[in-house]
Design a protein around this ligand. Structure first.
Ligand code: PEP
Length: 249
């Protein structure tokens, strides 16, 4: 990781938790000392955003897991970036593979959401990643570049964007990309940013890895120069998350 880029660890709680279980997560998060060179963001379900925001230590930021592409209106069940801002939620995860594959979100919709969130001043963790079939067909680069292009063409302010490379075959499966596999894609993504956006954006944008990161594998992954942090699902619900936050230490 470059000195230009603070390490970044995000926790995606997905659709998990109750006030009682969240109290347990808050306890270990609030006891943790966050390393100075690391940004930590946790993403509770929408229903608990305020509950978490009101109780979490100042050193941990809070993210939504999704938002819609317009400010308000007849969109039952949706949440707007304006509402997130009203709750002082500074981040949103967009393009997660579960949004793409379970809810059928297209590159185009994800691009529109990225644009609107950034226009409203909400920072974005933008996810990209190939399926196992795509990897086995040699399409990893093509898929990841296409998804990144749909995001990049909607980015006005790169300092408000973190890219999460999350191979779909590694999410929630216990099958982690090797440090070499992660580094290879991150390096290519950074080269894509350099060629298609600018060398300075490529040098300063955090590219984090997600997919079955845990307390055991995080340190090896963190040694790779283009792995600037993690997006963590399952392990972000457990005290293991604190070990992952400290992976760079
Ligand atoms: C995720 O949900 O973004 C994720 C990477 O999940 P897990 O860590 O459980 O694979």
């Amino acid at each position: 990781m470059s000195d230009q880029r603070n390490f970044f660890v995000g926790g995606n709680w997905k659709m998990n938790g109750s006030k009682a279980s969240i109290d347990g997560i808050l306890q270990f998060l609030n006891e943790a000392k966050i390393p100075a060179n690391t940004d930590v963001v946790c993403g509770p379900p929408t229903a608990y955003l305020s509950y978490v925001k009101e109780r979490i230590q100042a050193g941990v930021q809070v993210s939504a897991q999704n938002c819609y592409k317009v400010a308000k209106g007849a969109f039952t069940g949706e949440t707007s970036p304006a509402m997130l801002k009203d709750l002082r939620i500074g981040w949103v995860i967009l393009g997660h593979s579960e949004r793409r594959h379970v809810f059928g979100e297209s590159d185009e919709l994800i691009g529109e959401k990225v644009k609107h969130a950034l226009d409203e001043g909400v920072k974005v963790i933008a996810c990209v990643g190939e399926t196992l079939g795509e990897r086995e067909s040699g399409l990893t680069e093509e898929v990841v570049f296409k998804q990144t292009k749909a995001i990049a063409s909607n980015v006005s302010d790169w300092s408000s964007v973190v890219i999460a490379y999350e191979p779909v075959w590694a999410i929630g499966t216990g099958k982690t990309a090797t440090p070499e596999q992660a580094q290879e894609v991150h390096l290519r993504l950074r080269a894509w940013l350099s060629d298609n956006v600018s060398p300075s954006v490529a040098a300063s944008t955090r590219i984090i890895y997600g997919g079955s990161v845990n307390a055991k594998n995080c340190q090896d992954l963190a040694t790779k120069p283009d792995v600037d942090g993690f997006l963590v699902g399952g392990a972000s619900l457990k005290p293991d998350f604190i070990t992952i936050i400290n992976a760079k230490g």
